[in-house]
Design a protein around this ligand. Structure first.
Ligand SMILES: *Cc1c(COP(=O)(O)O)cnc(C)c1O
Length: 374
């Protein structure tokens, strides 16, 4: 059994993906070719933003958005402590300081209450200027924007949605990658919408931000003269091949994969809810199930369960084994465990199960059987 079976998806979409790849090779238009702008337009329309700018990966997408806002030394960027490193690293690399915030254990997303406390603490300390909140749509579920956006408004902060795992989710029909001032996503192969290499995108409703992003992803070039560089940018373009692969994958995602993955999640929850803490999707929220993550009683039981599953040939993952405040790269900040009780609880107890839209009910049954017999 595969944790995320990209091969099964390829077998279904092979004809269209192969044709797309061939036509790019025949066109010799390898970087930012026509399929890239076609993809940008389709994704912007789907998420409900005016503009989409494709780039090299989801980490660059975050960095490019922060660059547009001029984020740098002395600025505080608030993000979740329980996420992939890029949510914070993208601020650090610009010289800004990530302020790491504890999560809600129910959703694994940033806690709005802890967020407001962290903003107040930062203002009181007076060393950093609060600038941006980067909420993460972890495991496919949008963060609690109903509470986060008013906090941003109250303190005059920008909101950059890290939708790397959230693409396809929604809150009352409003789609992930449309919340806050700008949003980003990643096309890393294992994400809800993945390509066959690295890729990412930024979404905005602002024409000036769109133009700056297009310039910054190509060395800060002028929109009229490619060899007139107006500022220092990055080299972060999307390969045309990746866009040609993403187009049929996006079609399948919209037509059935998002429904399929929600059906798989419902099978899991139906079998497991009485025996484990299963994922909670609050009323009005839809998850795109980047991960299906249960909580076991404690670290010992989690580790024993992972070992037991492995012996049955069932892969599982611990997303994430430590909080960002525990990363070696952030040791210098001297952040105390006591600020992150829910992150710590999650790191000790989480276990992500095999999950993808091509999973059959008998596969889910096999995983559940193995979990329940232990
Ligand atoms: C994967 C991921 C990223 C980074 O995306 P890449 O394409 O791997 O650079 C950023 N944030 C989160 C939450 C992610 O899961």
């Amino acid at each position: 059994m595969k944790f995320r079976d990209l091969g099964a998806q390829y077998q279904v979409l092979k004809k269209d993906i192969d044709a797309g790849i061939l036509s790019v090779i025949e066109s010799s238009d390898f970087i930012l070719g026509k399929p890239v702008s076609e993809l940008e337009n389709k994704l912007a329309e789907y998420v409900g933003r005016k503009y989409c700018v494709a780039c090299g990966n989801g980490t660059d997408a975050l960095q490019l958005a922060l660059m547009v806002w001029g984020i740098g030394p002395g600025d505080a960027v608030f993000t979740s402590d329980f996420t992939y490193f890029a949510s914070a690293g993208s601020a650090s690399i610009l010289g800004a300081t990530p302020v790491l915030v504890d999560i809600d254990l129910d959703t694994f997303n940033i806690s709005p209450e802890a967020l407001e406390k962290a903003i107040i603490r930062t203002l009181e300390e007076g060393k950093l200027i609060p600038k941006v909140i980067v909420p993460v749509d972890l495991f496919g579920q949008p963060a609690d924007y109903g509470k986060i956006l008013p906090i941003a408004e109250k303190y005059g902060l920008k909101v950059l949605e890290d939708g790397a795992q959230g693409f396809g989710g929604n809150i009352k029909g409003k789609r992930a990658c449309s919340f806050g001032d700008m949003s980003t996503t990643s096309f890393f192969p294992a994400k809800p919408l993945g390509c066959y290499g690295d890729g990412g995108a930024i979404f905005t409703d602002d024409a000036e931000e769109d133009a700056r992003l297009r310039s910054l992803r190509a060395q800060g070039k002028s929109p009229v003269d490619k060899y007139d560089n107006r500022e220092i940018g990055m080299n972060s373009r999307l390969d045309t091949l990746q866009a040609a692969i993403l187009l049929p994958k996006f079609k399948a995602f919209v037509e059935h994969e998002l429904d399929d993955v929600n059906r798989v999640a419902a099978w899991y929850t139906g079998r497991l809810a009485e025996h484990f803490v299963t994922p909670k999707v609050p009323a009005g929220f839809l998850s795109s199930w980047a991960q299906y993550t249960i909580l076991l009683k404690n670290r010992e039981e989690r580790d024993a369960m992972q070992k037991h599953l492995k012996e049955q040939g069932i892969p599982s993952m611990v997303y994430y084994p430590r909080g960002l405040h525990q990363q070696e790269a952030y040791k210098w900040m001297g952040l105390k465990d006591a600020l992150y009780p829910n992150t710590l609880e999650a790191t000790n107890r989480v276990l992500s199960l095999p999950m993808h839209p091509y999973m059959k009910q008998e596969d889910v049954d096999r995983v559940c059987q193995a979990l329940l017999e232990k």
